[in-house]
Each structure stands twice: as C-alpha cells, then as structure tokens.
Design a protein. Structure first.
Length: 680
C-alpha cells in the first residue's frame, strides 16, 4: 500500500528548469553580460533592474554580490549558504515562514538536487504515511520541509530565478546595439494625399477563368517562398516570428480552473523555432500542391480523372483553411486579447489544445466584433460561412476604427492569412464546381500530411537549440541565426534521415503518384462496368522510424546538389535579379516612399499604408479589397505583369521587418529596386 504521494502542481514553474535556463544563458553570454554591467552607468543599472523587478529594488553597484547568482549552480547549496557569503535562502525566508506556521502540517516538500523532482510536494496517505513523513522530516530537516516553510522557499527561489533570467535579457537589450528590437530611422515624406481615393477599386467578376485561379494560387506559393527566404536571410524576421509563436503557445491559455502552465521556460523557444521553420515549408508545399492540381484541371475533360483531382484539390484547400483558422484562434485566445477569456486550454499528457467556451451567438448584439471573431474561430464555421463573417468584421472595423486597434499586429496578420484562403476558395468556386470534404483521404495529401506532422511532432518534443536561441533575441547577434538554422537542419537529417525540405518534397511526389494510382484504379473499375462502392487505397504497412530514416538517407544520395526552395539553411539576402524593370519617372513624394522601402540600411524608417497606396496608384495600379487587411494590387496593362496580394499592417504603418517583406515582394514580382524610381 502506498503511504506517500509525490506530485507537482500544474502551473507551478519548475525551479531546476529555470536554473538550467539561467546556466545556459550565462554559458552563452555571461562574459558579455558582466562586461556590460560593469560598463553601465548607475542610471542604466537602475533602468535594467526596474524593468526586471519593477519595484525599484536596485543592485548597489557593478560589483554587487547579487550578480554572483548568475554563476550559482547548486540549488541545495543556495538554500543553505547564499552567494558570496551572503544570507542563504533559508535565512531570508525564516521570519516569513514562522508567521505562516500552521497548527498542524498537512504536507511537505522534497528538496534535493535530483533534477525535476526538486521542490515536489509529499502528501502522506493515512496515519502510517504521516508517521513516515514526520520521521523523514525529523531526520532530514534540510531535505523534507514542512509546507509553510517550503512555500516561502519555493516562492523566493522561483522569483529570484525568473528575475535573473529576465535581468540578463534587459542588460543585453540596453547594452547591445545588435539587439535593437525595431528597425527605425528616417520617416518617409508625408506629402502624398488621397491615397486610397487614387486607387481604382476593381469589382470582383462573377466568374473568373481557370488561368486566373492558377495565377492567384501561384502568387501565394511565391509569397510563401519569399517569406521562407526572409526567415533564412534576415535575422530580424526570423527573431520576430519565433517570439510571436513562443508568446502565443497554447500552454499560456488558462484551463477551466484558471491555471496556466509555466510562463517562463527557455525550452519553449526551441519548440517555437522548430514550428516557425516547419510551418513555413508546410505552407509552401500546400500552395505548391494546390497550384499543381489546378494546372492539371486546366483543359481536362477526362470524366474519370477530373473528379479524383477535384476531390484532392478541395481536401487540400480545406486543410489550409483549417490551418489558417487554427493560427487565428491561437492569436485571439492569448491572455488579455479581445477574445482571450472565451477560450480554455485542454491538456492531455504533453499536448495542449485550445477550445472555445460558450457560443458566439451570446455576443451578437452586445459585442459584434467579438461575435465575428468567435464565429471565425468556431470549428463548425465552414469556409463558405467564414466569407460572410470576414466581410462583416471588415465592415465593422471600417465603421469602428477603435475596435480594430484592440487587435494586435500578430492578430491582424493571422486574420489576413485566414482571409487569403477563404477568398481564394470563394473565387475558385466561380470557376470550378466545388465538392464537399471527403474523409476517404487514403494516402493522398491530407493523410500524408497528417503522418508527416505526427513524425515531426516527435522530433520537436526533443529539439534543443538553446545554445543559439538563448537568451531571448540572441538570433539578432551576428552569425547566430545561421548557426541555429544549420543546427535545425542537421537535427532533422539526423533523426529523419533527410532534410525538412526533402520530407515535404517527397510527400508531394508521393501524392502525385497516388493520384495516378487512384485514377487508374477508377478507370479499370469503370471499364469493367463495376458498380462497386468506393474502396480506399490499401494502407501501407507501418515502418519503423529507423527504417524510414535509412531509406531517406539512401534516397538523399541521388538528389541533385543545387539548393531548392524548401531548404531551411541560411542564405545571403537576395539581390535584385538580372532582369531590371525600366526606370519610372515619378514625383518626389512617390520617390521618397519607394526609397524608404528599398533602403539598404537597417535604419529604414517607416511608410504609412496610405502613402504606399498613393505611390502605387501614381504608377498605375488598381486595387481589389479581399477582406479586412488583404488587398490585391493589379498592375497596369502596360506593365504586362501579374497582380500582388499584400497585407495592410496594423495601425496602417509599414515598418521594421514588414518593410523587408514588402521590398522583397516588390523586387521579386516587378524587379523594382532603389534605382527604379527617379524624380521627374
């Protein structure tokens, strides 16, 4: 019979893990932190401490013994001896513990340097268990600690480790120029007027050609490739993406009892980094596959093959819709967000997911914005009904600009991504007869993607790139982003047997082969005039992870050596292509806008969306709004160039990494650069 129960409470931070985070930070940047701290003025040290602690407690000087905490490695020693001869944690909390002492102790905590079990609670079961625990506490008073003293000790050590972890970040932010979080500088000239009024709003045709649908799908594929290029070549873009994913993880959403999983923990940064790069490659692969399927349908009259491809196309589009919907739900469910309190976290084992509380209809009249947002997040909302909710939300934001400001930049961006796939599916339905989602996915894209994501989830759970990613914003240090990407690529090759890009490329090839197999199967049955029900392709026998990895290693030996669009290793910033657009004569205000967009210096400044729209109008572009923050800019016929889909930024100001994205898109689509625009 078990007499003792040892457990840790959900939501409590793991002290050994926090200490390991601090040790990793000190190993990576400790020398630089100490150098900066000694160099700081008293005012800078005070600012760092106030940003960290927030209550005005400041280390006395650059040699204050408190800094020695950064080097401490033994939690048990820290309890008993303190740092540099100072008071120990036990001595500091003694008075508070005495004030909280109960008449009868009901549980104890276990303090040894045994990894994650440090600070875990012991609760006796019955009289025998209580007697056993009291004997241990009497024999080992420094290890088995009563609840009132343990609570004070856990609170102090947790807070101390959190503060020192954060202090390292603040010292680096204040003292290292490369960690400037925003790219700022000169502003564009603000004398352009009537921005959107100058743009001709092109009405959406009732029906568009299949070639136009192909062009739109291909535009999204190219945009996805451009974004991956930026992640690989611009550390500021990669760093922002990692921070965005890390700060919106499901673990930070309260459960049905209001608890969140630990807010701090550097291991989540490795997970976020893994997700950023794998998601980028996944989105490219999805739009690449959608584009290929529509091209296969162009001019196809085969009455057997066409339904096979149509079903696969709609299944794939639906999968991308659900991905974008989940990304939007993740952003709006964040704590303190507009809809944050209407979601809860459900954790099963090591996996957390977000679920909605209540029903959107509760807020139809009282809070229309919230109603529309929750409708877009609801699992029962199809892509067709999502179209009307996006339109209503867009209309609401146009009438109530203050409500739009309640959304963060990341939430607006996620809403825009959702609008892109919803708008695409709506437009595609004018050219192709859409079909319903089929759960008979067999071995095609939906099934193969699920299998690949399950495999990658196993690797993500054990990934650790802390030497490159810790402390926060370390990706901004010269060469660090390249090292992190190289480490991720090597990690996946080691475990999967091939690169991340090759995993997705092989999956696409296998899906295309599946289509041919299914087509031949359907054709054979039709030729035999068999009226049998649909039978899915036979499932493959499951293979072990080691067998799959070895197969992939052998296949990798036959691959060409040249770089591919799915690669994730670092590249140099893309230079303008050899084909250069003719120079455009524009007025000074327009030249100033494009000069800011294509500036090579990191101090690029910012451009308002209105000024950018006016500049595009001045060179002959028209625009089609696609819902909320998404706009399609149509090139004038004289340019013989395709349209481009762009996000209107939050607060209508394009700055920082978004200028990099915009300049990359314009350069790749129209071959524009800083020399294209000359003052007339």
């Amino acid at each position: 019979m078990t007499t003792l129960t040892m457990y840790g409470s959900e939501g409590e931070m793991n002290i050994p893990e926090l200490q390991q985070d601090l040790q990793r930070k000190y190993h990576n940047v400790g020398a630089e932190v100490e150098r900066l701290w000694r160099k700081f003025t008293p005012e800078q040290r005070e600012k760092a401490m106030r940003e960290t602690v927030g209550d005005g407690k400041v280390l006395k000087n650059s040699q204050d013994p408190g800094v020695g905490m950064l080097r401490e490695t033994d939690l048990h020693k820290q309890q008993l001896e303190g740092v540099n001869g100072g008071p120990s944690d036990r001595e500091i909390i003694r008075a508070a513990a005495r004030r909280q002492a109960p008449d009868r102790v009901s549980k104890w905590a276990f303090f040894t340097d045994l990894g994650k079990d440090y600070g875990q609670w012991i609760e006796p079961n019955g009289a025998e268990g209580r007697r056993s625990t009291e004997e241990m506490a009497a024999s080992f008073p420094l290890v088995v600690v009563p609840e009132h003293e343990a609570m004070c000790l856990i609170t102090r050590q947790t807070a101390t480790l959190v503060y020192y972890n954060d202090l390292i970040e603040e010292i680096l932010d204040l003292g290292t120029e490369s960690r400037a979080r925003n790219i700022v500088g000169r502003k564009a000239t603000k004398d352009t007027v009537g921005a959107m009024a100058k743009l001709t709003v092109v009405p959406k045709p009732v029906k568009i050609s299949i070639s136009d649908v192909i062009a739109q799908a291909d535009e999204q594929r190219v945009a996805s490739e451009d974004y991956l290029d930026l992640l690989r070549s611009e550390p500021v873009v990669l760093n922002q993406a990692v921070n965005m994913i890390n700060s919106s993880r499901p673990e930070l959403v309260p459960d049905d009892r209001g608890r969140i999983l630990p807010l701090f923990g550097d291991r989540y940064i490795s997970i976020a980094f893994f997700e950023v790069m794998s998601n980028a490659v996944k989105i490219i692969s999805t739009w690449d596959y959608i584009t290929r399927l529509i091209r296969m349908l162009d001019g196809l009259d085969d009455r057997v093959k066409k339904p096979v491809i149509m079903q696969e196309l709609f299944n794939t589009c639906h999968l991308e819709y659900r991905r974008a919907q989940a990304a939007f739900r993740r952003q709006v469910s964040r704590n303190l967000a507009v809809a944050g309190k209407f979601f809860k976290r459900i954790t099963t084992g090591e996996t957390s997911r977000i679920a909605m509380k209540g029903h959107p209809s509760y807020f139809t009249v009282s809070e229309p914005q919230l109603h529309y947002i929750l409708r877009l997040c609801h699992p029962d909302t199809s892509h067709t009904s999502a179209t009307q909710w996006i339109q209503k939300l867009d209309y609401h934001h146009n009438r109530h600009a203050d409500d739009l400001k309640r959304l963060t930049d990341d939430q607006v961006l996620a809403l825009g991504d959702l609008a892109i796939i919803v708008s695409f599916m709506h437009i595609m339905s004018t050219s192709l007869t859409m079909v319903t989602v089929s759960k008979k996915s067999g071995l095609l894209f939906t099934g193969r993607m699920a299998g690949l994501e399950t495999e990658l989830a196993q690797y993500k759970a054990i990934a650790d790139f802390g030497d490159c990613l810790i402390p926060r914003d370390n990706l901004l240090e010269p060469g660090t982003a390249a090292n992190a990407l190289q480490a991720l690529d090597g990690f996946i090759v080691e475990h999967a047997g091939t690169s991340l890009g090759s995993l997705y490329e092989d999956m696409l090839d296998e899906c295309l082969d599946d289509i041919d197999v299914r087509y031949m199967d359907a054709k054979t049955r039709l030729d035999k005039a068999e009226r049998t029900v649909y039978v899915p392709l036979p499932a493959e026998e499951p293979k072990s992870a080691s067998f799959r990895a070895e197969q992939r290693r052998e296949k990798a030996k036959t691959r060409p050596a040249e770089a591919r669009v799915h690669d994730i290793t670092a590249i140099a910033p893309r230079q303008p292509e050899a084909t250069v657009a003719p120079q455009l004569k524009v007025k000074a205000s327009v030249a100033a806008v494009f000069s800011t967009i294509f500036a090579k210096s990191e101090a690029r400044g910012s451009v308002s969306w209105a000024d950018f729209a006016a500049a595009m109008a001045d060179v002959g572009f028209s625009v089609t709004p696609k819902g909320d923050s998404i706009y399609t800019f149509h090139a004038p016929e004289s340019m013989e160039a395709r349209s481009i889909i762009l996000h209107r930024p939050h607060a209508s100001e394009i700055e920082g990494y978004r200028l990099l994205i915009l300049s990359r898109r314009l350069c790749r689509t129209y071959h524009w650069n800083a020399d294209t625009f000359v003052v007339d």
